[in-house]
Design a protein around this ligand. Structure first.
Ligand SMILES: [Zn+2]
Length: 344
């Protein structure tokens, strides 16, 4: 981290917590749109990490995760600094929408351009005034509307730092994917700010188990980076939690329209050929079964009961070599959410 940490003209000194109000855009009533940012700077020097949520304005779990971390983490216990932005897409958040008010996806615009469209300008300002101060980051997401995700971490594991951070977070499932161009994690990682994404739950709601998983994961991440001290009784014998790294993910899709009856849950292990769902007509006839195309874990499902051909129903990651190990760790064929006690 640089010795001088100045964001939007505000100097944050060692041992300080500062609230910054960054003007990110302007609305037609000629008012500034303000992003509240909290910077917690430890007394001791160390890495500077950004924690961002609601880049998609309706994904609320991340906001609750960051709110909880802001209460828990005190500068006197921290080495380095945290730049915490609970609501990146303020315009989307206010409109209860995934997208900006111009209907663009902010998470396809990074690192942005200063002379581009509204979304590109917001992305540019945020990236250059906030993100570039950080050495690494975590961006918190949920499933989109009508999707429920099992909590997992995503990152480009070819990048050694990203690999280290993804594992440090401690989620059961890590998806190794480069990510889409224009996403915050892709743009930051490309510019030597290795970044991971936490995905969990669904949009438009706060889900306590997901929020707890995100909070615990972040604390574990910070301890692994030496930014927070370990609890003394756990510091010697710290075994890593069981983790699965998956590369191949695919959506099982409906191949006809009708009423959907889902047979699986997020976190469940499916063997190739297992029943996934049935689709029927409104009279309960013309029943059509859908089965798993491969052996793998369910990482996301649709929550919509009505489907048309091509609509995604179940998101799976393929499991092959690690199948035996996974079978040992399952309870009722399902992965548990909880972290082992020693990292709580
Ligand atoms: Zn998202």
């Amino acid at each position: 981290m640089k010795k001088l940490l100045i964001i939007s003209g505000v100097l944050i000194e060692p041992g300080q917590v500062r609230e910054i109000h960054l003007p990110i855009s302007e609305t037609p009533n000629a008012r500034s749109t303000i992003l509240p940012i909290t910077v917690v700077r430890g007394v001791e020097e160390g890495p500077c990490i950004f924690l961002t949520a609601a880049v998609h304005g309706d994904e609320l779990n991340g906001i609750a995760i960051l709110k909880s971390l802001m209460i828990k983490i005190k500068p006197e216990k921290l080495r380095g600094a945290l730049i915490i932005v609970p609501i990146v897409n303020m315009l989307g958040f206010l409109g209860e929408s995934r997208y900006l008010s111009d209907r663009r996806d902010l998470n396809r615009m990074f690192p942005g351009t200063p002379t581009g469209n509204m979304a590109q300008r917001i992305a540019y300002k945020f990236f250059h005034e906030v993100i570039r101060h950080a050495d690494a980051g975590i961006d918190f997401h949920t499933g989109a509307e009508n999707r429920e995700n099992f909590p997992h971490v995503r990152g480009d594991l070819k990048n050694i730092q990203v690999r280290k951070y993804a594992k440090a977070f401690g989620c059961r499932i890590i998806i190794d994917q480069k990510g889409l161009k224009g996403t915050l994690r892709y743009a930051a990682t490309e510019r030597k700010i290795p970044t991971i994404v936490f995905e969990g739950g669904t949009a438009n709601t706060f889900q306590r188990p997901i929020v707890q998983t995100g909070v615990r994961g972040t604390i574990r991440f910070l301890r692994n980076l030496g930014m927070l001290r370990e609890k003394r009784r756990f510091s010697r014998k710290r075994s890593l939690p069981f983790q699965i790294v998956a590369k191949k993910a695919l959506w099982v899709r409906a191949d006809r329209g009708g009423l959907l009856e889902l047979k699986v849950h997020p976190g469940e292990l499916l063997y190739r050929g297992d029943p996934v769902a049935i689709i029927s007509n409104p009279l309960g006839r013309d029943v059509h079964g859908i089965s798993a195309p491969m052996t793998g874990l369910v990482i996301g499902v649709t929550t919509s009961p009505l489907v048309s051909p091509g609509m995604p129903i179940v998101h799976m990651v393929e499991i092959n070599r690690t199948l035996k190990t996974i079978e040992k760790h399952l309870k009722n064929r399902k992965l548990t959410l909880a972290f082992p006690n020693h990292i709580g």
